[in-house]
Design a protein around this ligand. Structure first.
Ligand code: ZN
Length: 94
């Protein structure tokens, strides 16, 4: 008989939903920083220690392999790299 405990309990179906969403986020697809469509995929080759982010729009970016990284970490790196590159290309044009 503890109403407070009952209130804090999250229904199982909601917990499962969050888990599914997380799983999906870990493996992509992610929003592409170039075209904005959720078609960016992170390919990780553990054997060759190669990581590449590829999108259907033609964006392709090689990333440094870090064993502790998850796909989402590479995605963040990829976005950072792209934004830097994008900024540089703008400043070169003007
Ligand atoms: Zn794209």
């Amino acid at each position: 008989m503890s109403p407070r405990k009952e209130r804090n309990k999250i229904p199982a179906h909601i917990v499962q939903g969050i888990r599914d969403k997380r799983k999906k986020l870990l493996h992509g697809p992610y929003s592409c920083p170039k075209c904005g469509i959720d078609r960016l995929r992170i390919g990780i080759d553990v054997k060759l220690k190669e990581v590449v982010a590829v999108c259907v729009c033609g964006l392709e970016q090689k990333l440094d392999y870090v064993s502790a990284f998850e796909a989402i970490d590479y995605y963040n790196k990829c976005v950072d790299k792209f934004l830097k590159f994008y900024k540089n290309s703008i400043s070169h044009e003007s």
